[in-house]
Write a protein that binds this ligand. Sequence first.
Ligand code: ATP
Ligand code: FE2
Length: 314
Amino acid sequence: MIAIGIESTAHTFGVGAVDEKGNVLANETDSYKTESGGMLLDQVAKHHEAVVDGMIEKVLEIVGTENIGIVAYSAGPGLTPALFVGFKKAKELAARLGKPLVGINHCAAHLSIGEITTGTKNPVFLYVSGVNTQVISYEGGKFRILGETLDVGLGNALDKFGRDIGLGFPAGAKIEEMARRGKYIVLPYTVKGMDVSFSGILTKIQNLYKKGASPEDLCFSFQETAFAMMAEVAERAMAHVDKQELLLVGGVAANKKFCEMLQIMCEERGAKFFKCPMQYCGDQGAMIAWEGLIRFKEKRFITEINPYWRVDEV
Ligand code: ATP
Ligand code: FE2
């Protein structure tokens, strides 16, 4: 059986396909981007509307229609106008193929694709994307959030600062590049148990930038501080649930410095660090297809959208 997965929670639209072993057969993505300024909600939906049909046809051409068993889509969490585009098209495709429609949780999909592509078994998950920054462990048949950001997600914090200094959207990769030339400035380090907060850092660097501090120094210091905070909470979580594997998923996993710091932390405690392969870290359809297969077999899925669906409610 082949599963089709449609991703449409935020700025990336994706259509992917996987088989029952988790082999990725197709994975097309197209992201809404800007040169300067942030993401405009109605334009995101317009972008998705414009690319969806071509992308679905392309994936069907690659995998054929005869073995498709389900059509999965990300039902949430996400931006409602964006979610509706994917939901509507998934529903149409499921009806056209006469196959079940399987609505799944986008965050759980990030975790599941990370597990199948790295071969980890029951790791502590560090899920760091635009919106989400969470430390998660699978306990007693469900995902438990051990710690998370108390305000903005790390990716969004990076993007917000990137917008302030004119880097366009998304800004994570550009900030990483600029950080290579920066020096350290002390910034607010906010860890509470296994929770973190980035709003203090953001306010501080915005103010320092206005006062003429070097953007390179601010990018470097932002990264150093935020990544150290994440390494601290990941380590605490691993000790707390007594697990020897850490799996990093989500778009911020693209950051080499971040991975290096987590790798060192894991080595120092005799644990193993895994990173979801880059092509499956950001939002894409293959992870939706794979999570769809898992939940279809468990009969745990929905057929509507849920913009505020937390991973611990799956
Ligand atoms: P979610 O709904 O799961 O939060 P998302 O669409 O917000 O998903 P992803 O696609 O998983 O997020 O990741 C996008 C984020 O990753 C953006 O905030 C982007 O700036 C950040 N990012 C991408 N590359 C890098 C990098 N090299 N360093 C730091 N951050 C990065
Ligand atoms: Fe995501």
